[in-house]
Design a protein around this ligand. Structure first.
Ligand SMILES: [Zn+2]
Length: 219
């Protein structure tokens, strides 16, 4: 029997990762490197237990705002802008709509992972630690690595908010450009593509267009 609850999530994950641009996009972004530097600088902070309290108080708020921004952005802009959003990119083939959604999905996934990881680390810390070697030594290193990784995820999550803000600003510029274009063009009544307001024939579908300038409305 299939599990209906897990079904929609599994195919969406590779799709998100592909639309995001995969490992290439991750390595090209300055934020993982910046997060690594900040994590290194904060070593004394996350080497003391309890650092996860910062994560569990700060991140859920940010996460809520990210999801709200995501839903809001998907409803922005006029007709021309929306059509632009769904057109496949000439280079990557990924429509901007999917790309933007993937950037937001990335933010939401990383933020959620950071919170869950911090909670798990806080929970694991409460178990009694082994006191005999080699387990005490292994535990010491596992703790350093996992706490470092947990704090890195936290810093990266916060930095992604900055990336998200830039993302929204890019969108705002596109919406503004599209709005300007929208005021200069009209839509073909047959195929709904943008055409020059002076055109007598649609360049997309070839339909003859009613000449509004010459024909009186009553004709
Ligand atoms: Zn047309």
């Amino acid at each position: 029997m299939t599990q209906p609850a897990s079904k929609p999530v599994a195919p969406a994950l590779p799709g998100y990762w592909k639309a995001y641009g995969g490992i290439k996009a991750l390595l090209k972004s300055p934020f993982p490197y910046l997060a690594a530097v900040v994590t290194g600088l904060c070593y004394p902070f996350w080497m003391k237990d309890g650092w996860w309290n910062l994560v569990t108080t700060v991140l859920p708020c940010i996460l809520g705002f990210t999801i709200a921004a995501f839903t809001l952005v998907l409803g922005l802009g006029g007709d021309v802008f929306r059509r632009q959003l769904h057109r496949p990119n000439s280079r990557t083939g990924v429509p901007l709509y999917l790309k933007i959604s993937a950037i937001f999905a990335h933010q939401i996934i990383v933020q959620t992972l950071a919170v869950v990881f911090a909670i798990v680390l806080a929970g694991v810390w409460m178990w009694p630690a082994p006191d005999s070697d080699p387990w005490a030594e292994i535990n010491h290193w596992a703790l350093q690595v996992s706490w470092g990784l947990g704090f890195f995820l936290f810093v990266y999550s916060v930095l992604l908010v900055f990336a998200g803000a830039l993302n929204i600003f890019t969108l705002a510029k596109m919406i503004q450009r599209a709005a300007l274009k929208e005021s200069r063009t009209k839509t073909c009544p047959h195929c709904r593509e943008e055409i020059n307001p002076e055109a007598t024939k649609c360049k997309h579908c070839g339909s003859r267009l009613p000449d509004e300038a010459k024909q009186p409305a009553s004709a």
